[in-house]
Ligand binder design. Structure first.
Ligand code: PLP
Length: 348
């Protein structure tokens, strides 16, 4: 059975977290002489002389309404990359525990694990980029603390079969982390709606993709209040700076505008999905639920160099398992996509 107390690193379970001035005094006062800030102000706006809210409650309240999740079930990271790092540091004992990855997938899971000296076990996706459940069962051992899934997956673009993910959630008693960085471009239902059902579920999302806020570095983890509480003990006290918090708070009022951008990007993806297969240089366009397409060509390096020569940079994913001779192409503006198509038409 799932047992959080056995899963978490003992030193984190027993940790007395850093308590900042902002943690210790939460009320309002007329005069703040508790945090060694500059009482005279700052060269910028008035409030930038003050430390930001360590737990970012204002943002979480707004996200709570958008996502339909209690604010106590939300963790904010300096990008979802920080959520990944904090998860590994909370649960994995360096040199002892391991995590399981299902390549081809997002690169940061392995990098973060390696930085923390946590072993990585790899169970490749099947030829149609789905979970290999028997091989996963085989790979998991007593020291496997979490399995990272990515759906829609980067760099393949497809969503993982929901039934297979549910089978993992029901039968594996470590954490199942589902990275939904691209969920807004997909018609799949987010696993955020299933948090109450699975105590071992962590869902990652980000403001970097559909929300168009990659520069602000804000990612989200959704999970049980207990798991979020442990992650909050491990994160740096002020991991989301005040400038980002101010801007995110403003941006979260613009759901309509973001939905319109998503609509346009999905429409453009569908146009490329239709047009690209007709070009001689293109061998295969993989189905995508994301804001990019994985495209197999005859000679990926040559096509990459050719496009670069025309001022268009794409991502060559040829070196990645199951992605031989494949380019990952982000959906651009309508004009950019037309330029890409025209360039590829002229390739020979
Ligand atoms: C882009 C991407 C991220 C990075 O998110 P940040 O919030 O910008 O750190 C995370 N996961 C996947 C799968 C991504 O493609």
């Amino acid at each position: 059975m799932f047992n959080l107390n056995e899963l978490v690193r003992p030193n984190i379970r027993d940790l007395v977290p850093y308590s900042s001035a902002r943690d210790e005094f939460k009320g309002t006062a007329r005069v703040y002489l508790d945090a060694n800030e500059n009482s005279l102000g700052s060269p910028l706006m008035k409030w930038y002389n003050r430390y930001p809210d360590p737990l970012q409650w204002a943002i979480k309240e707004k996200l709570s309404l958008i996502k339909g999740v209690d604010p106590r079930h939300i963790f904010l990271g300096n990008g979802s990359d920080e959520c990944i790092d904090v998860l590994i540091r909370t649960f994995c004992e360096p040199g002892i525990d391991n995590i399981v990855l299902v390549p081809p997938t997002y690169g940061m899971y392995e990098v973060s694990a390696s930085i923390n000296n946590v072993k990585v076990k790899k169970v490749p996706l099947t030829a149609d980029f789905q979970l290999d459940l028997p091989a996963l069962e085989e790979a998991v051992d007593d020291f496997t603390k979490m399995i990272f899934l990515c759906s829609p997956n980067n760099p393949t673009g497809n969503s993982l079969d929901r039934g297979a993910v549910e089978a993992l959630l029901n039968n594996y008693f470590g954490l199942v982390v589902i990275d939904e960085a691209y969920i807004n471009f997909s018609r799949q239902r987010s696993f955020v709606a299933d948090l109450a059902e699975y105590p071992n579920l962590v869902v990652l999302q980000t403001l970097s993709k559909a929300w168009g806020l990659a520069a602000l570095r804000v990612g989200m983890a959704f999970s049980s209040a207990e798991i979020i509480g442990l992650m909050n003990k491990v994160k740096p006290p002020y991991n989301i700076n005040q400038a980002s918090q101010d801007l995110v708070l403003k941006a979260l009022d613009e759901v309509e505008q973001v939905n319109e951008m998503i609509r346009v990007l999905v429409q453009e993806r569908q146009r490329l999905e239709k047009e690209l297969p007709g070009l001689p240089v293109v061998q295969k366009v993989f189905p995508s639920d994301a804001n990019f397409l994985l495209v197999k060509v005859a000679d990926a390096r040559r096509v990459y160099e050719y496009l670069l020569n025309k001022g268009i940079v794409v991502r060559d994913r040829s070196s990645v398992v199951l992605c031989e001779d494949s380019l990952r192409i982000t959906i651009g503006t309508e004009a950019e996509n037309t330029e890409l198509l025209d360039a590829l038409k002229q390739f020979n």
